[in-house]
Design a protein. Structure first.
Length: 621
């Protein structure tokens, strides 16, 4: 993606099912679990660069000794820092029976901040401490709630006084409250049976009902989430939202239980086949008891599936075999509109891509172009077969797409120059170009990206540097549809005014005498957001209704081309139908269509428009 958006945190969990001595004998080191956690977190570094954290719980520790360990960092090299600190502490240990982070359960997290502060207190895992092991809670997640205010309010109604207003603290206290309730229920139960207080603690630990705790805690959550947690005595869980918005996978054998946000992470780190890694069903949780007994339990009622399609287009690593195929298919399905954009003039067209996540889609596009060329070769040979010379046959057979690496991502340049004009000039050098492969004034240039969000980098950098090659026509291709609506489930896309498709539509409304629709949608949004959340409809969809996607694309092309650009510029977007054909298992498309998977999404969309209309530069949830 030429304009990275912050998104998708990553989680990783390992439960070692054997004593640490087992791993030392078999793998040569007691820190087998730590080494695997390091690899799992590094393999998910793409999912979070605002911070990282690791927590561990040691089982069977006698009173008076530490059994929960946690290390976090919000530095740019956060993963390396936390493991450096961990091994530094290990090196200082003077008791081989009490080594820091020599744990049986580990929970790791990579953070992208979409809400709250970027200070160390906002980095997961977060913890809730207590002198009773079964009341200690460590939590990490990949999530956003649209109704955090309501959940926060419910805690206030209980008499709590949370220390912060954020998704993270609210969820921690929400789950913690239900954990306390379950502890009290079990305490009363065993007290009535005549057990002493000392004997009751281990009974509570072995009988704790995590499924009920999670079910009660999540009853009113509206959003996308994967929650992972550990209780002080050793129970652990990973839980997924009912619509399957956020991804989670797990693997179990006789040595470990493993969970992560992405399938290839588990495959690579544990060297196992794809079919051994199981997708956690939406509305379910993997629950691992302190005993090691593991089950997959339904926590919430089933809902219509809306798995995030952006995971397939961009966020997740393309090394997953299904994602790789889907990204290629996204490119292949763009073949016809791209050919139409260059007037089927393949002889004078060069194809390339914007590094580096669009590469798979580029291969799919070239496959589609090759198929088109092959069919044209067959037609040409058949039509000329009685008078076809050897030279003409060779010319037909040798026709192939012109593929070149045009844009090369340069090292990160610091925009320390404050003057706008100077800063724009610096931004224009983010990419280098390959000279000498475009015939000036004659060739078309097609470049594919995986998505177009704001259009800023395209306008200020990419199109400017491509124009230096003096092509006749520049066609920018997006393997995803037009981004039109805010996300509220973990992706940092909360403001309508950020989207170039939205700004283009507003320009079209003003230009075509439909500006009154903007006022009407504002009034309708205010009215809708006064209703109960289950009754709210997304009024922002009306903004786009007067125009077809091609009209909006044409306006975007005009917006991206300034007076200093010589080449004609055209924009080609993936269709909604193409998206679902390429990614049939991931129907979540609310950022493209406005079809939100939870009621809170409609409220967020309306609020985002209200903020735009009122000139408020703030998030909508």
């Amino acid at each position: 993606m030429s304009e990275p958006v912050k998104h998708e945190c990553g989680i990783a969990m390992i439960r070692l099912l054997r004593p640490l001595e087992y791993y030392a004998r078999k793998y040569g080191s007691w820190d087998y679990g730590l080494q695997k956690m390091y690899l799992m977190m590094e393999k998910q570094h793409n999912r979070g660069q605002d911070g990282a954290g690791l927590a561990g719980i040691k089982l069977g520790v006698k009173p008076g000794n530490r059994y929960i360990y946690r290390q976090r960092s919000n530095r740019p090299d956060s993963i390396n820092e936390i493991f450096d600190l961990i091994y530094r502490d290990i090196g200082k240990a003077d008791d081989e029976n009490n080594i820091p982070f020599a744990c049986n359960v580990y929970l790791g997290h990579l953070r992208y901040g979409t809400y709250g502060n970027y200070n160390i207190d906002s980095v997961h895992p977060v913890s809730r401490e207590n002198n009773w092991k079964s009341k200690n809670l460590v939590l990490a997640g990949n999530f956003n709630l649209t109704n955090v205010g309501e959940v926060f309010g419910s805690l206030i109604d209980l008499g709590q006084n949370p220390v912060d207003f954020s998704d993270t603290v609210t969820i921690l206290e929400n789950v913690g409250h239900r954990l306390d309730e379950e502890n009290e229920r079990l305490f009363r139960h065993f007290k009535e049976k005549g057990f002493s207080k000392k004997d009751i603690s281990p009974l509570i630990e072995s009988n704790l009902d995590l499924a009920t705790i999670l079910s009660k805690a999540s009853r009113n959550w509206d959003g996308g989430y994967v929650m992972a947690g550990m209780v002080g005595h050793g129970d652990a869980f990973v839980m997924r939202d009912p619509a399957g918005i956020r991804p989670a996978f797990y693997y179990i054998d006789d040595e470990v239980v493993v969970a992560a946000s992405e399938r290839p992470v588990i495959q690579t780190v544990f060297n196992i086949r794809t079919d051994k890694v199981i997708e956690l069903p939406p509305a379910h949780a993997v629950i691992i008891k302190a005993s090691g007994d593991t089950s997959v339990v339904r926590i919430r009622d089933k809902a219509e599936l809306h798995k995030c399609s952006f995971e397939r287009i961009y966020f997740s690593r393309g090394t997953d075999k299904e994602i790789y195929r889907e990204r290629k298919k996204l490119g292949e399905l763009l073949t016809e509109p791209v050919l139409k954009a260059v007037d089927y003039d393949l002889e004078n067209t060069v194809f390339s891509y914007i590094p580096n996540t669009a590469e798979s889609a580029f291969y799919g596009l070239i496959k589609g172009v090759e198929n088109h060329l092959n069919q044209s070769k067959v037609d040409a040979i058949l039509s000329m077969r009685e008078k076809l010379s050897k030279e003409e046959l060779e010319k037909i057979i040798n026709r192939r797409p012109r593929v070149e690496k045009i844009a090369v991502k340069d090292v990160k340049l610091r925009t320390f120059i404050t003057a706008d004009k100077s800063r724009d000039d610096l931004v224009g050098h983010i990419y280098d170009v390959t000279y000498g492969v475009i015939r000036r004034g004659k060739d078309n240039l097609v470049v594919i990206d995986d998505s177009i969000v704001r259009g800023t980098t395209l306008k200020k950098s990419i199109i400017r540097i491509l124009d230096r090659l003096d092509p006749k026509l520049i066609v920018v291709v997006s393997s995803s549809p037009q981004l039109r609506y805010p996300d509220c489930y973990g992706i940092d896309m909360a403001k309508l005014s950020d989207f170039i498709a939205f700004r283009a539509t507003i320009e079209l409304l003003n230009e075509t005498g439909r500006a009154s629709l903007i006022d009407k949608v504002y009034e309708d949004a205010l009215s809708e957001n006064r209703k109960p959340v289950d009754e709210i409809r997304n009024t922002v969809r009306e903004i786009y209704r007067p125009f077809c996607p091609d009209e909006i694309s044409a306006r975007i092309a005009l917006m991206l081309r300034n007076e200093n650009i010589n080449a004609e510029v055209r924009i080609v977007f993936q269709s909604i139908e193409g998206l679902h054909k390429a990614c049939p298992g991931h129907s979540g498309d609310w950022y493209f269509t406005g079809n939100y998977p939870t009621p809170g999404g409609n409220r967020v969309a309306n609020q985002s428009f209200i903020n735009y209309f009122e000139g408020k530069n703030e998030r909508s949830y």
